[in-house]
Design a protein around this ligand. Structure first.
Ligand SMILES: *[C@@H]1O[C@H](CO)[C@@H](O)[C@H](O)[C@H]1NC(C)=O
Ligand SMILES: *[C@@H]1O[C@H](CO)[C@@H](O)[C@H](O)[C@H]1NC(C)=O
Ligand SMILES: *[C@@H]1O[C@H](CO)[C@@H](O)[C@H](O)[C@H]1NC(C)=O
Ligand SMILES: *[C@@H]1O[C@H](CO)[C@@H](O)[C@H](O)[C@H]1NC(C)=O
Ligand SMILES: *[C@@H]1O[C@H](CO)[C@@H](O)[C@H](O)[C@H]1NC(C)=O
Ligand SMILES: *[C@@H]1O[C@H](CO)[C@@H](O)[C@H](O)[C@H]1NC(C)=O
Ligand SMILES: *[C@@H]1O[C@H](CO)[C@@H](O)[C@H](O)[C@H]1NC(C)=O
Ligand SMILES: *[C@@H]1O[C@H](CO)[C@@H](O)[C@H](O)[C@H]1NC(C)=O
Ligand SMILES: *[C@@H]1O[C@H](CO)[C@@H](O)[C@H](O)[C@H]1NC(C)=O
Ligand SMILES: *[C@@H]1O[C@H](CO)[C@@H](O)[C@H](O)[C@H]1NC(C)=O
Ligand SMILES: *[C@@H]1O[C@H](CO)[C@@H](O)[C@H](O)[C@H]1NC(C)=O
Length: 701
């Protein structure tokens, strides 16, 4: 039993709730399948289907031969590989309406439900001591998405979930069996307790959509789970949250702090307070959630929108890394928080991770990924390092491959864009619809009073900043577009049905700009003004953004292709677990990277005309050097800079940045397209005016 003071029970069974309803979302999610990708986002999701995500069910050992499907391949006793994959493949299959992937989903559910134990347990565990709820969190998130998208599937999934929840109730009532550690258990309980909110989401979904006659059991389970959960409000409190470089803080497993410090859990935990608040009505959790987001990004955030943790939170040093799973969990948490609480900043952060942190870690064809990325990733990245500068990542974790390090990111990355898509359009009250996460998408939605609405957003956002909407509705309704916090007011406008352009008037809290549209056909043209934003980073370095894209120095690549290796032995994988498309890659940088820049010389240029509002198709794939239309140039010079364990060391401090040669112009491109990149750059002041005419001729590249 826990009696630790770190585990604060926040719930009492005697608490009374104002109503038997959960606290509503500020913006209600639409059922999976309502929103379809368009434009570049469809291209990316199709690449996912054609790439690793869409083929793991055919060949990847921890899915195809998973113990969940009758095989015997698991990368740990948590049996989480198949559940992670399932949570991503369901929204990919139904987002794209991809018959082949839907077939994989149906086959998997056929097997799962045919093997549900008589007492209700779902999963391969056969003894009480091996029954751990944790892996069911991502599995059930997949199942509830499926039930939203497909009524036939719902008819069998919902009863199976209720049967499980009734078993769960008796287990939790029996001294929290399957949840907190007991003598003889063969599993590590902490993941289940620190990620508890991911199970509560499923309980709440059943409670609101399919309570059957089981509401009390569902509520009790929420309470039981929360009672013994790791309390994120505790971690997000002054005096507890670690703002220092964690290298200076000992890992004290006895205080049970590590689960909060683990990068993937840190991404997941951002939303915990908002989930719990829905059934406790405890508004203290609002401030604690806002503080948690603020502090996590202020003290451990990367400019790309992810959390720096390799695998433990690491502070702000750009030579430290972030897991791919952390990027997708952070995107999901921030989109959930925007729906639950409505702060505009949460949606900005979800977009930032989606457009930068996620794509930079995938090869353009979506067949290979990095386990770990760093803000400064260049020569001799991404190679097999001689030693690891990371806390718990091997020497090839920052190379691209099938499973360069632990396989969790091989199976967990597919949820990224599909969940982002389904959260991108939301209901606003009963009669409104809002574009929350900006990206090309369309949706069919029935609002109150049988108002069928179709919205189609054609846009190259975030690569360009015009959004064109085609809308059809039975009757009048309110349409909202979200205005990102960074917008430049004077260059922004919105117009309806080709009429006069007006200024944006975003709600100060949610960022939503409201339009009241008539029934019938409408068009909306929404133009976002954008400027270069220079973000101050540690030690007089800067990150450069244009809109929601981070820009990085494009380092020329030399690529070596190798057969895929096993993450543990680092030997070539057995041929039955690979396909002709699976490779490992080593990438060496071949152009200057050790540069300091003068931010006063930053200039944005785009290949496309800025006078037209036409949405011309973007290249596919888009996240590769040369594809995105925008680039930024800046004056720079080479500086003396050393290595630490084979990677660019921490910055030469101000005063140690003397140019070792002439000033030249450096090209920066969107970070997601620059697999080798420098994104946190030392600043220096260059006397550009006097030398400009010469050096532009001589040093352009
Ligand atoms: C729903 O799932 C069933 C299998 O249970 C499948 O036959 C059907 O095609 C699916 N429907 C849609 C709309 O995808
Ligand atoms: C719920 O209980 C009522 C009354 O006992 C019964 O009529 C109804 O069929 C039950 N509904 C479900 C979905 O089990
Ligand atoms: C509300 O949540 C905070 C933070 O977890 C906790 O300290 C407080 O006890 C909770 N209040 C109630 C009434 O449960
Ligand atoms: C974020 O946290 C920092 C450090 O505690 C604080 O100075 C700042 O005001 C906070 N910002 C917001 C928006 O709460
Ligand atoms: C800042 O520079 C100092 C001195 O090189 C270094 O110890 C520290 O880790 C750096 N901080 C970050 C966040 O990079
Ligand atoms: C949305 O608009 C684009 C661009 O006009 C078009 O190609 C696409 O087919 C439309 N989507 C739907 C679902 O009508
Ligand atoms: C990386 O290099 C080490 C030797 O430094 C070697 O043992 C290991 O097999 C290599 N890993 C891969 C995947 O090539
Ligand atoms: C990487 O490229 C540099 C030249 O830019 C070369 O000196 C070095 O040997 C290369 N490293 C590998 C591992 O290929
Ligand atoms: C469009 O481009 C022209 C020429 O590059 C520039 O002068 C103008 O400011 C740009 N307008 C906008 C709105 O970006
Ligand atoms: C990133 O790498 C550059 C080398 O161009 C180095 O000067 C800079 O200090 C690094 N950034 C940080 C904050 O370590
Ligand atoms: C940088 O240049 C200044 C002026 O020439 C000189 O005084 C200083 O010693 C140089 N610093 C380094 C680290 O070389």
């Amino acid at each position: 039993m826990h009696s630790s003071r770190w585990l604060i029970a926040t719930i009492c069974f005697t608490c009374t709730f104002a109503a038997d309803e959960l606290l509503p979302f500020v913006f209600q999610p639409l059922p999976l399948g309502s929103v379809k990708p368009e434009g570049w986002l469809r291209d990316q999701m199709q690449l996912m289907s054609d790439g690793l995500a869409g083929h793991e069910h055919d060949f990847y050992q921890f899915v195809a031969d998973s113990s969940w499907l009758g095989g015997d391949q698991e990368y740990s006793s948590l049996n989480e590989g198949f559940p992670y994959w399932f949570n991503g493949i369901v929204p990919l299959a139904y987002g794209l309406d991809d018959a082949r992937l839907k077939g994989q989903v149906t086959d998997a559910v056929d097997y799962l439900l045919a093997h549900q134990a008589d007492d209700g347990w779902i999963g391969p565990e056969t003894t009480v001591q091996t029954r751990n709820f944790w892996a069911r969190y991502p599995l059930f998130l997949g199942l509830i998405q499926l039930a939203e998208a497909n009524a036939t599937e719902s008819a069998r999934v919902v009863p199976a979930l209720h049967k499980f929840m009734t078993l769960m109730h008796s287990m939790l009532a029996d001294n929290y069996a399957g949840y907190t550690p007991h003598d003889g258990d063969v599993f590590d309980a902490s993941w289940g307790q620190v990620r508890s909110h991911d199970m509560i989401i499923t309980l709440q979904w059943l409670y609101e959509n399919h309570p059957e006659n089981n509401s009390q059991v569902l509520l009790d389970n929420m309470n039981y789970i929360n009672e013994k959960a790791y309390d994120w409000a505790y971690w997000f409190s002054n005096d507890v949250f670690i703002t220092a470089d964690l290298d200076t803080v000992p890992i004290d497993l006895t205080t049970r702090m590590f689960p909060y410090e683990h990068g993937v859990s840190a991404g997941q935990g951002l939303k915990a307070g908002a989930v719990v608040r829905r059934f406790t009505n405890n508004d203290t959790l609002l401030q604690s959630t806002r503080d948690g987001v603020n502090w996590t990004f202020t003290y451990h955030g990367a400019a790309s929108g992810t959390i720096i943790a390799d695998e433990r939170l690491a502070g702000l040093s750009p030579l430290r890394g972030s897991e791919l799973c952390t990027a997708v969990e952070t995107m999901y948490s921030m989109s959930y928080l925007y729906q639950a609480i409505g702060d505009n900043d949460f949606a900005d952060k979800s977009e930032l991770a989606a457009f930068n942190a996620l794509p930079v870690m995938m090869t353009p064809d979506w067949w290979a990924h990095q386990y770990m990325a760093e803000p400064n990733q260049t020569k001799p990245y991404s190679l097999n390092l001689t030693e690891s500068p990371f806390w718990n990542v091997n020497t090839v974790g920052q190379t691209f491959g099938l499973e360069p390090n632990y396989p969790c990111c091989t199976v967990n990355h597919p949820q990224g864009y599909p969940k982002f898509l389904s959260a991108s359009i939301v209901k606003v009250g009963d009669i409104g619809l809002g574009h929350a996460l900006l990206s090309p998408a369309s949706a069919y939605v029935t609002l109150a009073n049988s108002n069928d609405v179709f919205v189609n957003c054609s846009t190259n956002y975030p690569f360009e900043n015009v959004l064109q909407y085609t809308i059809r509705a039975n009757s009048a309704f309110d349409f909202y577009v979200r205005v990102p916090g960074w917008y430049v007011d004077k260059d922004s406008s919105i117009s309806v049905n080709g009429g006069k352009s007006g200024p944006l008037a975003p709600d100060p809290s949610t960022g939503m700009h409201k339009l009241s549209l008539d029934g019938g056909d409408s068009t909306v043209t929404y133009t976002l003004g954008v400027g270069i934003v220079v973000e101050q980073r540690a030690n007089d370095t800067v990150a450069v953004r244009y809109g929601s894209l981070l820009y990085a120095v494009d380092v020329t690549e030399s690529v070596q292709i190798l057969p895929p290796t096993d993450y543990g032995s680092q030997q070539t994988l057995a041929s039955k677990y690979v396909t002709p498309q699976t490779h490992d890659y080593r990438i060496n940088g071949t152009s200057p990277w050790a540069v300091a820049i003068d931010p006063s010389t930053l200039r944005y240029t785009s290949k496309s005309s800025n006078t037209s509002t036409a949405i011309n198709p973007l290249p596919n794939p888009i996240f590769t050097s040369g594809a995105p239309p925008g680039s930024i140039t800046v004056s720079a010079c080479s500086i003396e800079w050393g290595y630490f364990k084979g990677v660019p060391a921490n910055p030469p401090l101000k005063g140690n940045r003397n140019c070792t040669g002439d000033v030249f112009e450096v090209k920066m491109i969107p970070y997601g397209a620059a697999k080798l990149h420098m994104a946190e750059l030392p600043v220096t002041s260059l006397d550009v005016a006097s030398s400009e005419s010469e050096f532009f001729d001589q040093h352009q590249y």
